[in-house]
Design a protein around this ligand. Structure first.
Ligand SMILES: Nc1ncnc2c1ncn2[C@@H]1O[C@H](COP(=O)(O)OP(=O)(O)OP(=O)(O)O)[C@@H](O)[C@H]1O
Length: 269
């Protein structure tokens, strides 16, 4: 009796981008770009400077209205939703912008509590207690809660911004160059925190980065932006084998080889 083939589980698409066109004046940034992001994965988005990685992130979260194409998050087109339904979808994702974007006049604890008060209507004292839990999740010491952003190191600011992005228990986490500006040890610690949180909370992570170590150590798939589109979206080894000048220079240049060696010391390729 022959065994039945094991069915391949169907991946659930949580972000679907189709035919996306973005232009600023006469500059075309995206031209019929397609991309799927699957539930539970960490997707790294890479590409040369100015290829439109941040604009793609901002379009997906509804901050940029594209010239053409559709973006669906959890099956919903944010830009077509009435404000109340849009805000319900927005509560299901958290965003860590490149700068951290914390309010400088609020303490770390108040920054993290803000979305809980404003979007979830939680009383301030309870929100600050919950903020303490989120700060611990993001790996910040308890005394950081009372500090102002200007009193934190770069790595701590990223963690505080991460705690705020996690405030509303999101299903998707958007991270724009989270390790930029961090020393290698802090960057590696941040990478491993992202993997731990994904595993513990079942998050889907959309991660814009230039950091090859991050790609090798955290990402399930990597999407390469080139010539206004997604050139490839696949596990890193597949993407690194793509016949494209930028991909070859990026993954097989000295930094790419060093990152591969550091993540997989046993490999000789
Ligand atoms: N609001 C805007 N108005 C005009 N041009 C913009 C705007 N936002 C982005 N751009 C342009 O779109 C292009 C893509 O920008 P984007 O920030 O997405 O690039 P990126 O791939 O994230 O680059 P980097 O890796 O350098 O951060 C750039 O040329 C940028 O100048």
């Amino acid at each position: 009796m022959s065994a039945l083939p094991t069915p391949i589980p169907k991946r659930e698409t949580v972000i679907e981008v189709r035919g996306l066109v973005n232009r600023f004046g006469n500059q075309t940034v995206h031209d019929h770009l397609d991309l799927d992001v699957y539930r539970g994965e960490i997707l790294g988005v890479v590409g040369g400077s100015g290829t439109g990685k941040s604009v793609l992130l901002r379009t997906i979260i509804g901050l940029v209205r594209p010239v053409a194409g559709t973006v669906r998050v959890f099956g919903e087109n944010l830009l077509a939703l009435p404000p109340e339904r849009r805000s319900m979808v927005e509560r299901r994702f958290g965003v860590l912008f490149q700068s951290g974007a914390l309010f400088s006049s609020l303490t770390v604890s108040e920054n993290v509590a803000l979305p809980l008060v404003e979007h979830a209507g939680i009383p301030r004292a309870d929100a600050e207690r919950l903020a303490g839990v989120k700060l611990a999740l993001a790996g910040l010491p308890i005394d950081a809660a009372r500090k102002y952003p200007s009193q934190l190191s770069g790595g701590m600011i990223k963690r505080a911004a991460l705690a705020r992005a996690l405030a509303l228990d999101p299903e998707i986490l958007f991270l724009d160059e989270p390790t930029a500006g961090l020393d290698p040890i802090s960057a590696a610690a941040f990478d491993s925190l992202i993997v731990t949180l994904r595993n513990a909370l079942g998050l889907t992570v959309f991660l814009v980065t230039h950091d090859l170590d991050t790609l090798y150590t955290t990402c399930d798939r990597v999407a390469v932006l080139s010539q206004h589109r997604v050139l490839a979206a696949a596990p890193i080894d597949e993407v690194a084998a793509t016949d494209d000048a930028w991909v070859q220079a990026y993954f097989h240049g000295p930094r790419g080889r060093a990152a591969l060696q550091s993540a997989h010391p046993e490999r000789k390729d």
